[in-house]
Ligand binder design. Structure first.
Ligand code: ZN
Length: 175
């Protein structure tokens, strides 16, 4: 497994809509393993392929409440070509993003979702999630469309963090 470089805000790949995966191959599974490893190492709870420089429709997520479990166990999920089939309720909570180090904000999301996608074996699966895990998956699916969590912040909040965003763009220029 390998730790991949996480792309920061300002990298154009974060704004590009991804392509669906036509066929789940060993290469797809390797990428998923690397994404999982990268997410754990960065102490994140979710990661989308564009964040590691791959413009494909793949996300990984883990439930932080289960984060103490040995890796690869319950609480971690990988979805290929995920799509939200149903959503219900609304909830506002604090959110962060590995492509925006040190920035957090309250974001409004749907409370409960049903998502369909392929698992790493290429089988169609349907999962229901609520609260935090539902939030993480919505955040990651947004990434696949080139949508970032700053797009979902209130205008006032966005003005408040505009300095921080400029800092990130400069930081990216140096790496
Ligand atoms: Zn993110």
């Amino acid at each position: 497994m390998a730790i991949l470089r996480i792309r920061l805000y300002g990298d154009p790949i974060l704004r590009a809509p991804t392509k669906p995966v036509d066929e789940v191959t060993d290469e797809t599974r390797k990428l998923i393993q690397d994404m999982m490893e990268t997410m754990r190492k960065a102490d994140g709870v979710g990661l989308a392929a564009p964040q590691v420089g791959v413009s494909k429709s793949i996300i990984v997520a883990r439930n932080p409440e289960n984060a103490s479990l040995p890796t690869g166990q319950a609480g971690e999920i990988a979805l290929i070509n995920p799509e939200i089939l149903e959503s219900e309720g609304e909830i506002v909570a604090e959110e962060g993003c590995l492509s925006f180090p040190k920035i957090t904000s309250e974001v409004r999301r749907t409370r409960r979702i049903i998502v369909e996608g392929l698992n790493p074996q290429g089988e169609k699966i349907r999962v229901e999630e609520v609260d935090l895990m539902a939030r993480i998956i919505q955040h990651e699916i947004d990434h696949l469309k080139g949508i970032l969590f700053i797009d979902r912040m209130s205008p006032a909040r966005k003005i408040l963090i505009s300095k921080e965003l400029k800092r990130l763009i400069k930081l990216r220029g140096r790496t």
